[in-house]
Write a protein that binds this ligand. Structure first.
Ligand code: NAP
Length: 313
């Protein structure tokens, strides 16, 4: 007799984020279920010395985090300028080279200020070399196309990305802010699988539940890296109905609202990896408390209803 008959028996089965590492698609690499991002690394005048950057990296590593996400555009519009976040991260790695072996380094290219998108092969090849120089690395573990450039044919882009992999400058490829159709078009011309997609996802931005992003990722076994999982901080504190539920749920498990907001993202069966954006070592360390918070189905859906501002149909 089958032993699986009891699997679906418990109506209030809790949804708890798994502490297991999450496969980065077909890469053969798995990452801690929470990642750390550097969009805000360079946005505080005078505070972003290399020592402060190292403190944040150390907090992330202590939390268990292995995936470190940056982009060449991070820093543009700030005093450090385009490439500034990569340069700060590279400066930290130059001072503490032993940390590199504990990281999966992800960056992105394809956005230029005022341009605004360029994935033409000539530009992207230069952009990758510039990222490698700023980071002080000989290869990027995950290179992501930051946003779709409508003026580059996916075949041209695929050829360029495949050449980056063949040259050993990039280990694995991913995309960000791409629709499922855009992923399909690019994948159709690529000889290697796209291993990750990076949409915005949180209770404030739950479109990926409905627009095919998460379904495609599950069907193609791609990793999902969620940007702004706390809604850029708006889901922590404040009176947004979802933020109120996160505060309550966190308190039930002795955790803060941020932990509850992250665990809500992580409870999805696509095993979404939230990329936290805090630049506070204490808050980076506390993010792992997300693993303490679980949800019943009704609690999880209550957040979605609160986020929609309307009951579910
Ligand atoms: P987030 O985690 O949703 O927001 C982080 C912000 O929330 C920080 O300003 C943080 O401030 C604040 N915050 C307030 N209370 C907090 C608490 N209790 N715990 C943690 N944070 C708290 O993420 P995000 O910074 O918007 O984005 C995260 C990462 O996603 C970026 O670094 C980047 O890697 C990626 N991203 C990608 C794209 C894309 O287009 N692919 C776009 C945006 C972001 P403190 O620093 O003071 O803690």
């Amino acid at each position: 007799m089958s032993k699986s008959i009891h699997l679906h028996g418990k109506p209030d089965m809790s949804l708890k984020p798994s502490p297991e590492h999450v496969p980065l698609g077909a890469s053969g690499v798995a990452v801690f279920p929470i990642a750390w991002g550097m969009w805000r690394l360079a946005d505080r005048d005078g505070r972003d010395d290399i020592g402060a950057v190292i403190a944040r990296i150390e907090a992330a590593l202590e939390a268990g985090i292995t995936l470190f996400d940056t982009a060449d555009i991070y820093g543009a519009g700030e005093p450090v300028g385009f490439g500034g976040a990569e340069a700060l991260f590279g400066g930290a790695l130059a001072r503490r080279p032993e940390l590199r072996a504990r990281m999966i380094v992800a960056t992105k290219g394809g956005i230029r200020r005022g341009w605004p998108y360029d994935s033409s092969p000539a530009y992207l090849a230069e952009a990758l070399d510039a990222s490698l120089r700023r980071l002080g690395l000989d290869h990027i573990d995950l290179y992501q196309i930051h946003r779709r450039d409508f003026l580059t044919h996916p075949r041209e882009l695929a050829d360029c990305l495949a050449a980056m992999v063949a040259a050993g400058k990039v280990r694995h490829l991913g995309v960000s802010n791409h629709s499922p159709a855009e992923v399909e078009a690019l994948q159709a011309f690529l000889p290697v699988p796209l291993v990750a997609t990076q949409p915005e996802f949180s209770a404030l931005h739950h479109a990926p539940l409905h627009d095919g992003t998460l379904d495609q990722a599950m069907a193609r076994a791609m990793a999902v890296l969620a940007w702004s999982p706390l809604g850029g901080g708006r889901l922590v504190g404040g009176d947004h109905p979802a933020a109120v539920l996160f505060a309550e749920q966190g308190a039930r498990f002795g955790a803060d609202p941020a932990a509850a907001a992250l665990s809500w993202v992580m409870a999805h069966p696509a095993r979404i990896v939230p990329i936290i954006g805090s630049q506070s070592p204490e808050r980076i360390l506390r993010a792992r408390n997300a693993l303490m918070v679980s949800w019943t189905r009704s609690e999880w859906y209550a957040v979605l209803a609160a986020a929609r501002g309307a009951p579910l149909p």
